[in-house]
Design a protein around this ligand. Structure first.
Ligand SMILES: [Zn+2]
Length: 311
């Protein structure tokens, strides 16, 4: 066979690779076992792994992600897994402690934030008002869809390293997912370009800094940036004042946490409440319904367009 012929054969193989029947002949008896800390990672990993991976979410449905306390069974679960995926120590400090207790000879650990420089966490209005708190870094990188695509790339590399035999399928699946993220980015850019208000006033913890920055919106969170405690009386008063001043008439609230604070703010200011889903984790209902990360983001876009009066 000449070099040119070999080249053509390779090209033909690559062209047909999207359909995957050729790979089924050498499918391993066991699927890759993949455990992910957060919902976006879970959604990315199951999309990339497709039929060759058994992907699960470490967080039980509906559980708060930042301050999760791993259970003894989680260590056993990870010791039996092939791949563990988390986003880094600013988001899941508990994951790093968990890793220390593992027998990692077999397990591939993927830090999905590798290569991404985190931005500082901080409310614009607090900075302008001279009340900047010591805050650390903002770990909610999946809410910037470019970073989300970088995370897909990082996860893909892990899958290929652990199971090179199905690399062609993994690459194909990852490309499909990345294209979906690109489409989302485009929809957000167009959908949020022309709005009556540019301020996302959020009665939840500081999670949407990346999203706001990407689409040139202002973002204010009612919680102190650590996300661990509720605002004090002075911060609440500042928040009420700000909602009145911006006059957006909309207070965005978050999923999975007590709406008590948001209800109070809404009552004080006469704002309407709209849900923004930060997607750290999902409810049991959403999980059972097979909700996807892009689907949650589509819901967010609807809420934002309505709440910010976009045309
Ligand atoms: Zn968060």
């Amino acid at each position: 066979m000449t070099v040119a012929k070999v080249f053509i054969v390779i090209l033909l193989f690559l062209a047909s690779a999207g359909c995957t029947p050729k790979e089924q002949a050498h499918r391993p008896a066991r699927k890759l076992t993949v455990v992910c800390t957060l919902f976006p990672l879970y959604d990315m990993a199951r999309s990339i792994g497709g039929e060759y991976a058994d992907v699960s979410l470490l967080l039980p449905p509906g559980v708060e992600a930042h301050n999760f306390e791993p259970r003894p069974g989680d260590i056993l679960r990870l010791n039996d897994a092939d791949i563990f995926i988390y986003t880094g120590h600013f988001m899941e400090p508990w994951a790093e402690s968990l890793i220390k207790g593992l027998d990692t000879g077999r397990l591939l650990i993927i830090n999905a934030s590798s290569g991404i420089s985190l931005m500082k966490q901080g409310n614009g209005w607090r900075q302008s008002g001279g009340h900047v708190h010591a805050e650390g870094m903002d770990p909610h990188i999946w809410l910037d869809f470019d970073y989300a695509r970088a995370m897909v790339e990082t996860i893909l590399s892990g899958f290929i390293a652990r199971d090179p035999a199905h690399g062609v399928t993994y690459r194909h699946n990852a490309a499909t997912y990345a294209a979906r993220l690109e489409e989302l980015d485009h929809k957000f850019r167009v959908g949020l370009a022309n709005c009556g208000s540019s301020a996302i006033i959020h009665g939840g913890h500081f999670a949407f800094g990346y999203l706001a920055k990407r689409y040139r919106l202002q973002y204010v969170s009612a919680f102190p940036p650590s996300g661990e405690s509720e605002p004090n009386a002075r911060q609440m008063a500042e928040m009420v004042d700000l909602i009145r001043k911006t006059g957006t008439g909309t207070l965005f609230i978050e999923e999975l946490t007590s709406p008590r604070l948001a209800d109070t703010l809404a009552r004080e200011t006469g704002s309407q409440l709209m849900m923004l889903h930060a997607a750290h984790n999902v409810s049991r209902d959403d999980l059972n319904r097979g909700v996807t990360f892009p689907a949650l983001m589509e819901r967010n876009l609807e809420s934002l367009r309505q709440g910010l009066q976009c045309r």
